[in-house]
Design a protein around this ligand. Structure first.
Ligand SMILES: Nc1ncnc2c1ncn2[C@@H]1O[C@H](COP(=O)(O)OP(=O)(O)OP(=O)(O)O)[C@@H](O)[C@H]1O
Ligand SMILES: [Mg+2]
Length: 247
């Protein structure tokens, strides 16, 4: 299987605070890879480094065999790597449809000539509706974001991520703060929308992790303690001692 995303010896410190001290793991194409680890382990920091928001202190990120460590976030995004947006960044007073559409539009290149092609408006509208449907927001398409339930807001974050047509999706705790019922729905939706894509997901909810992931990496004290199948992780004594045992 192809080594799709390679995280090589990533170190990160914040003015002396060593958060990541040599993170290594590989994500294979079309796999669902979960990252687990205690609060403050550096999981979000690692995502920020993969997506290009932060630069690592040292180490490299390879995407489809190419070293992207020095590339800015928007270039990585254009190459097919997308991390979920925080809903707080979207326009609360605009509708779900408008918010998703602006992602679809920017993906398709917002240019003057673009609007002169009569087909494009229709294509954008259709793609926007399809994405809203994929994440289960078809009924809520024409209401403002501010009127969405919490679960729906999180679904919109995923919709906006999908609007850039990513190959590799990074989701940071997509079910955080959800009720059991919302979580169950969210898992089903994530399962559906990431089919045929590659997913890296940070998650605390072990039900979510064990029902979605093909591979799990445990981040502990700045390093990956182990990467393995859910079944092996579940029975790994080191993981129990370091993390699962605490739960
Ligand atoms: N921009 C920053 N500047 C300084 N310190 C930071 C910054 N971002 C994160 N940190 C520190 O890095 C450490 C790891 O934080 P991070 O958010 O990556 O952990 P996490 O594993 O995502 O935790 P959680 O499970 O709570 O989300 C923490 O001690 C945090 O305070
Ligand atoms: Mg975090």
């Amino acid at each position: 299987m192809t080594e799709y995303l390679q995280v090589q010896s990533i170190h990160k410190d914040f003015s002396g605070l060593k958060v990541l001290t040599g993170v290594d793991f590989t994500v294979r194409e079309k796999q669902r890879h979960a990252i687990i680890g205690p609060n403050g382990a550096g999981k979000t920091t690692l995502f920020n480094i993969i997506s290009g928001r932060f630069r690592a202190s040292s180490g490299a990120i390879l995407f489809k065999g190419q070293d992207i460590s020095a590339k800015p976030a928007y270039v990585r995004n254009r190459q097919g790597l997308s991390r979920s947006f925080q809903i707080t960044n979207v326009f609360q007073e605009l509708t779900v449809f408008d918010n998703i559409r602006s992602g679809v539009r920017s993906r398709n290149g917002l240019r003057y000539h673009f609007f002169r092609k009569p087909d494009n408006h229709r294509r954008i509208k259709e793609r926007t509706e399809a994405i809203a449907e994929e994440v289960g927001l078809q009924e809520a398409m024409h209401i403002p974001v501010s009127a969405l339930s919490y679960g729906q807001q999180r679904a919109l974050e995923i919709a906006i991520t999908l609007s850039t047509e990513p190959e590799l999706i990074l989701l940071d705790e997509p079910t955080a703060g959800m009720t059991r019922e919302e979580t169950t729905q969210a898992i089903r939706m994530i399962d559906r929308v990431t089919a045929g894509r590659t997913l890296v997901i940070i998650e605390h909810d072990m039900d979510v992790v064990f029902s979605l992931a093909d591979t799990i990496s445990v981040l502990h004290y700045g390093k990956i303690l182990v990467s393995d199948t859910p079944d092996r992780i579940r029975h790994d004594q080191r993981v129990k001692d370091a993390y699962l045992g605490e739960e």
